[in-house]
Design a protein around this ligand. Structure first.
Ligand code: TZP
Ligand code: MG
Length: 350
């Protein structure tokens, strides 16, 4: 029976050490008071429950003769290369140790005590789920539907970007991209500070075209990149996991590549000829849109030359989200135009 105490003693230590690694991650790495507190309670509980059996546990301890140490030194299966692996390994260590304690206590006729360890094990399963949420990106899930609004001062008939965005927000826009090609950095920055304030207040997703630096400075929800912009993987490293990254694509090959690049959505176009974008490729037509609808499992927005008069054609190919630049910012009555377009999109094919 001493040998069973030896197993229990080893597993109490194993479980406590596993919890300690996780607790320190929650405390110093994720700054999560709630999870840290729950782990601490478990760590104390694991030791406290067996306190009355401490003499037997210590008597049976014989670390020098533990054959496991040599086995561990010879193997490299416990190497870890990511946070996910580190967290998983320690939750598994903890759960396995609790199960071993539980089973051995039963043989020692300590059935009630074994049930306490079963309770710990179940709390740990739940906590593991909670803990992993800390590793999940916190960026907004972008469910692209409806109208995607984009600014363009030069086509706004003298109205400022601020005025135009105010109208977009008033008519219920859910996502707005700041796209401005002809202003200085400082002008763009100042406009974006204001626009971030306005979009935040109205819970509108705010995306910056091109400017990763400004997006980070104003805490925008995302950045939108083109095929000739900086590599998505490197931008992700820079902006972190919480920022949305959109990428313009113009061909099936680019859409396929986007799938493995970790972008949150893609732009699909230009569907028709557009005069808004100067360095744009020839229209890719509706076929490419159809390809994306059928084959690419990523949120997408159809863009390029889309107007009220050709909207039904775009919707008939299955598009759920449509971007319009000049059609909206150049409209005499921006609010009225948005209302009409939104109704058309929500009805689908006209
Ligand atoms: N990307 C592809 S086409 C385009 C952009 C930004 C411009 C779309 O503008 P418009 O006025 O809706 O044709
Ligand atoms: Mg660009």
């Amino acid at each position: 029976m001493d040998k069973l105490y030896r197993i229990i003693d080893a597993n109490i230590n194993r479980a406590s050490e596993g919890v300690r690694v996780l607790e320190d991650l929650a405390r110093f790495y994720y700054n999560d008071k709630n999870i840290c507190g729950k782990l601490k309670e478990i760590r104390h509980g694991i030791r406290k429950e067996v306190m009355s059996h401490l003499p037997s546990l210590l008597d049976s301890r014989d670390s020098h003769k533990d054959v496991g140490l040599e086995v561990s030194k010879e193997l490299k299966i416990d190497s870890k290369t990511s946070m996910i692996e580190l967290i998983t390994a320690n939750f598994k260590r903890l759960q396995e140790a609790l199960r071993a304690i539980e089973e051995n206590l039963k043989v020692l006729n300590l059935y009630q005590l074994s049930k306490s360890y079963e309770d710990f094990r179940f709390s740990v399963y739940q906590l593991e789920k909670e803990f992993f949420k800390l590793e999940m990106p916190k960026r907004k899930i972008i469910d692209l539907k409806g109208l995607y609004c984009i600014t363009a001062h030069e086509f706004s008939n003298g109205r400022s970007n601020i005025e135009v965005v105010e109208k977009m927000i008033n008519s219920g826009a859910k996502i707005i991209q700041y796209r401005e090609k002809y202003k200085s950095h400082i002008e763009k920055y100042k406009e974006c500070v204001k626009l971030r304030e306005m979009t935040k207040e109205s819970d509108v997703i705010f995306i910056l075209n091109d400017h990763i630096d400004i997006a980070m400075m104003v805490k925008a929800d995302g950045v939108h990149l083109g095929q000739d912009d900086l590599p998505v993987e490197k931008v992700r490293e820079l902006v972190g996991e919480d920022m949305i990254i959109g990428l313009s694509t113009h061909s099936p090959k680019q859409a396929q590549a986007a799938l493995s690049q970790g972008v949150d959505y893609i732009g699909v176009g230009p569907i028709y000829k557009t005069y808004t974008k100067k360095d744009v490729c020839d229209p890719v037509g509706l076929e490419y849109l159809e390809y994306v609808v059928k084959n690419i499992d990523l949120p997408y927005v159809a863009i390029g030359g889309i107007k009220e008069h050709n909207l039904s054609e775009v919707l008939s190919k299955g598009a759920k989200c449509v971007a319009m630049v000049t059609e909206i910012v150049g409209a005499d009555d921006i609010e009225g135009k948005i209302e009409k377009v939104k109704i058309s999109i929500s009805k689908g094919v006209l």
